[in-house]
Ligand binder design. Structure first.
Ligand code: BES
Ligand code: ZN
Ligand code: ZN
Length: 483
């Protein structure tokens, strides 16, 4: 969708539909409209249109104005307004108009100024809400809104924030595409290929194979890979927008998680293509950071592999050595995420990062605890955790902290190795983070478990069902805070 800014009167904008957003109770900014439009609106607002959040009413426009139709859009109560509600309204309005076959759309923005909010939030919701995944279905291919005109004065600041909004939304769409793609077309090699396409002047991409991982001793990561015929790919991206020490991003990239020999039940197993959502988010973030030309140094690490129960698969009870030298008893091959992320965290330390952030669809327990409403967060650095909480509130990719008590270490005591990869089901959300903590050590580190939020089962106003792309907007916001 093409987005532009035009400083003309609403009634003079030739388009399929003009969107006019309203709150339930004041403020009412549209006093300058032509009498024909004002009368029509006043009438509808008295009768059928309540202006409640996400309410839409599409009507033919009076003949003396240029837009062909008007969409009345409800924002809900004025005093309870938030960026998130505007985002949701943007997602709802544009996907509704797309479904109604509208092509050119314009937006009246006066109300956002009165509410102290930016039309960019609307645009963000609109772009995210229009996302579709049609790679495998040829019908309704051309159905999309082609242009959105924002009827506002332009300024350098506004066009800059609009550009950032567009980059973040398209990075989220990129991440969603990777995650939605079935595992037969999104193998570790395919993921590496997608990463390589991101190469640019300041963004380098290296892909390491099994041999190299063996050479440097990534026994934990390789233990997961050995049950599959698909070769593992350890993908390393580096964006150098500054010479400072980097922030390292580690994304779990299991392109399919069958559980391995600790096989998962078949019901729902098809969804385990989304077990690389953390890695896909890291790729989206690297893409956006380089397009935004952020003045930061980022390293992205994706330990990519399948987790399959082939003839050479890891057996429950096997002991392997991680790159750190720590030995791990693999009690359950389905707890593979922590095995690949642990080696990647240890590898990240080679860059002397100021912070390590890992993002992973790590535990079913996360989804049980929060449903689809929050990312579970654990870490060893109060400031970083606090910044994440704020980033979560701003982006509405909300995070919730869980404890990392010392006692969880006992859950992972092995009789024969330094540590085992699972304890009992009880406390498994914190215990999984505790496992990673053993590898992060004293480097400031935050772990984000996105098992509950990476995939949505039902359409949301700006997240169509399927891959959500969670983590992209959240971590971009965090990075800008640390800048
Ligand atoms: N990829 C799964 C976690 C998961 C579950 C993600 C549901 C998304 C939705 C992970 O590898 C896993 O299987 N974890 C196990 C660990 C258990 C064996 C300790 C789990 O949470 O059940
Ligand atoms: Zn698993
Ligand atoms: Zn997994």
């Amino acid at each position: 969708m093409q987005i532009s800014v035009k400083n003309i009167n609403e009634v003079d904008c030739a388009c399929d539909v003009l969107i006019i957003p309203f709150t339930e109770d004041g403020p009412y900014p549209y006093t300058g409209f032509k009498p024909s439009v004002s009368r029509l609106i006043a009438n509808l607002r008295q009768k059928e249109f309540r202006s409640s959040l996400l309410e839409v009413l599409l009507i033919p426009a009076p003949e003396d104005i240029k837009p062909l139709r008007i969409l009345l859009l409800g924002l809900g109560k004025g005093d309870a307004m938030s960026a998130e509600k505007v985002r949701q309204a943007g997602g709802k309005a544009l996907s509704y108009l797309r479904d109604m076959g509208m092509k050119s759309v314009a937006l009246a923005v006066q109300i956002f100024g009165l509410l102290n909010l930016s039309p960019c939030d609307f645009v963000e919701g609109a772009l995210l809400g229009l996302y579709t995944f049609r790679k495998y279905r040829k019908e309704d291919q051309g159905r999309t809104v082609s242009s959105l005109v924002i009827l506002s004065k332009s300024s350098r600041e506004f066009s800059l924030s609009l550009r950032r909004t567009e980059i973040a939304a398209s990075a989220t769409a990129f991440t969603r595409d990777l995650v939605n793609t079935p595992a037969n077309d999104m193998t570790p090699s395919d993921l590496a290929g997608a990463a390589q396409l991101l190469r640019s002047e300041k963004l380098s991409v290296k892909v390491f194979d099994r041999k190299y991982a063996q050479k440097i001793g990534m026994g934990s990561y390789l233990a997961v890979a050995q049950g599959s015929k698909e070769p593992p790919k350890f993908i390393v991206l580096e964006y150098k927008g500054s010479e400072k020490l980097p922030i390292a991003l580690v994304g779990k990239a299991i392109t399919f998680d069958s559980g391995g020999l600790s096989l998962k039940p078949s019901e729902g197993m098809e969804k385990m293509k989304y077990d690389m959502a953390g890695g896909a988010a890291v790729l989206g973030i690297m893409k956006a950071a380089s397009e935004m030309k952020l003045p930061i140094h980022l390293v992205g690490l994706l330990p990519a592999t399948e987790n399959l129960p082939g003839g050479s698969a890891t057996r429950p009870g096997d002991v392997v050595a991680s790159i750190s030298g720590k030995t791990i008893e693999i009690v359950n091959t389905d707890a593979e995420g922590r095995l690949v992320v642990a080696d990647a965290i240890e590898y990240a330390k080679r860059y002397k990062p100021i912070a390590i952030i890992d993002i992973a669809t790590l535990t079913g327990a996360c989804a049980i605890a929060f449903g689809g409403e929050a990312v579970a967060m654990m870490g060893n650095d109060r400031k970083l955790l606090d910044e994440f909480r704020k980033a979560g509130e701003e982006t509405y990719e909300r995070v919730w902290e869980m404890p990392l008590f010392d006692e969880y270490k006992d859950y992972l005591k092995s009789d024969i190795a330094d540590i085992k990869n699972v304890g009992t089901r009880i406390g498994s959300l914190s215990a999984s983070a505790c496992f990673l903590y053993e590898f992060a050590g004293r480097t400031p580190w935050v772990h984000l478990d996105i098992a509950g939020t990476a995939w949505v089962e039902k359409d949301r106003p700006y997240i169509p069902k399927g891959a959500s792309g969670i983590g992209v907007r959240l971590i971009l916001n965090l990075i800008e805070r640390l800048q």
